[in-house]
Design a binder for this molecule. Structure first.
Ligand code: DXP
Ligand SMILES: NCC(=O)COP(=O)(O)O
Length: 241
């Protein structure tokens, strides 16, 4: 099992002031130095966090796995083919959404992916992962398309309103992971994971390969880093009034 860190929200913070910091590429370097197996970013159509120049800099700088999350638009496919990440995770994308709200509807996208998106990646060496809810039909269609991996959407589990619905979602994730593995695809997982819910996921869902975590990890890092940062500033002011 490998941790891939999603660095989108380092870019969110940078963009809030229009300054050059914090730099998501520097963040990616710290994550890899700390033991992450790779880096995930989502280049959105509206460029709300990661920007095109970040993508090219990440490709140069990341030493481990680089996972490019994107909608299967012509524009993104062109950029992805240029950048050549290790993995491309295709996700549904809505302009108004705050974050990705669910997995791909495979019945809806099947013909388009078969005739347009998948052929565009043939012979590029880029592996294709599909971001899916844990349901059988979507997984069977992903296998039929020849996807290399499925990333299970863990958001419903992570945001479950009570323990019973959390448990029932874990059972769905468990069955889905077995089916993905049976079809010879890699089992990835992500969305809404954090230090509190990750142990239960790992304990209950088999065959997990890449786990991507972003928002909660970056948020936690802020608080674990504030103490030292404030001390540095206070240290500089010692001797003043
Ligand atoms: C696929 C997924 O669940 C997340 O990685 C999400 O796509 C990240 O996008 P935001 O960082 O914009 O929430
Ligand atoms: N693919 C999921 C991801 O990259 C991170 O999602 P989140 O932890 O930011 O919800």
């Amino acid at each position: 099992m490998r941790l891939l860190v999603n660095i989108d929200h380092i870019a969110t913070l940078r963009n809030a002031r229009g300054e050059g910091y914090p730099d998501p590429i520097e963040g990616a370097r710290v994550c890899e130095d700390a033991g992450a197996a790779g880096i995930v970013f989502h280049l959105r159509g509206d460029r709300r966090h990661i920007r095109d120049e970040d993508v090219h800099r990440l490709k140069k700088s990341v030493k481990g796995v680089l996972d490019f999350e994107m909608a299967a638009s012509e524009e993104m496919i062109r950029i992805c083919r240029e950048v050549k990440p290790d993995l491309c995770t295709l996700v549904p994308e809505g302009r108004e959404e705050l974050t990705t709200e669910g997995g791909l509807n495979m019945r809806h996208v099947y013909d388009d992916f078969k005739n347009r998106a998948f052929p565009a990646f043939r012979d590029t060496g880029i592996e294709i992962s599909l971001f899916l809810d844990p349901n059988q039909e979507d997984i069977e269609l992903a296998a039929e398309l020849g996807a290399d991996a499925v990333e299970l959407h863990t958001g419903t589990f992570a945001n479950a309103p009570d323990a019973a619905s959390g448990k029932s979602e874990l059972r769905r994730l468990h069955d889905a992971a077995k089916l993905i593995h049976k079809h010879g695809m890699m089992v990835n997982a992500g969305h809404g994971l954090n230090l509190a819910n990750l142990p239960e996921l790992i304990e209950n869902v088999p065959h997990l390969h890449d786990i991507s975590i972003g928002h909660a990890l970056v948020s936690k890092a802020l608080f674990w880093g504030l103490d030292r940062t404030v001390k540095e500033y206070v240290g500089l002011m010692k001797g003043g009034i």
